[in-house]
Design a protein around this ligand. Sequence first.
Ligand SMILES: [Zn+2]
Length: 392
Amino acid sequence: MTQLPHAAKDLPELTAEDRQRYARHLSLPEVGESGQRRLAAARVLCVGVGGLGSPVALYLAAAGVGTLGLVDGDCVEATNLQRQVLHGTSDVGSRKVDSAERRLLALNPALRLELHATMLRAANARELIRGYDVVVDGTDNFATRYLVNDACVLEHRPNVYGSIFRFEGQASVFAHADGPCYRCLYPEPPPPGLIPDCAEGGVLGVLPGLIGTIQATEAIKVILGLEGTLTGRLLMVDALAMRFQTLALQRDPECPICGASPVIREPIEYRELCGWMKDAEEKKDMNGIPQISVHELKRKREAREPHLLLDVREQWEHQTANLGGHLIPLQELHLRVHELDRDLEIVVHCRSGARSQKAAEMLRAAGFHRVANLSGGIQAWSREIDPGVPSY
Ligand SMILES: [Zn+2]
């Protein structure tokens, strides 16, 4: 499987400085001098330097992993700081890979960094992953998670997986030493409508620290060739009850990519499932609901065309950023439809346009005939009309 350069002659010699810095590793029999040299020779790709990628990159840099590749196309936002400990307040607005570079080189100046300020795509996934020995998946969406898995299977690279949601997290090592891959567990991504909106779902800030640190541990064990990795096991963490459980995983002979007769031969580009309504922005109608742009809403407001703006987000979101209008959270809508005027045009909005589409369909089913969805939601408003409305 993996082509880690294990031959002692290929490994870099440790300097006097290295011996001092890594003294606590050198005295561990499981690491020792040869293990530390293996770490120095290793090339690890962190896909995402957000919540999970923060502890992964920090601990791997501190541990003496020689080369870290960082893939992330995003910039640091204020809402990231609650959990993405690699970035600081003064980094808001910087590219995440640049902010990560500053912090990681301050921690370990000998580290070699390769920055990829881009999204992982079907077109670049195999080539990027091929250049590294181990891949750590720190992504926050299904589209990229399947890309990482598929490219790792096709390129025979271990995939150190982690994911988080609210108070729960998972970790495993896929596509390693004849173990299963992510598709052995979940052959296909869930349909878009079933995915909660990222902001709606929420996550405890400490949780990615916990799961990312487990991923860093596993990456180091894979590099050192140690037994006892999470290969063939799924670790499930419930931080609310503080319970850790492991589930034995089998490789699925029917797996569409690592099974006996694979049907997937190249990585598949899934639509961005979180924020999937972006695609609807070009559409005029979705499931019978007219889609209106933020520019159209602005025109309506300026022309004082009678309409009701209905916000179906949560109370805290309305307090964070709002366009005015009437607030009824999606979960309460079916109990509170009597508050709405059936004769007025209703423009429903949320953060990205996904929840408001559900709300509009619900209102249509309840007999409201003049209902439209604001495509792109308050994020599009903030981006295209008024940057003074915070994007979160
Ligand atoms: Zn598989």
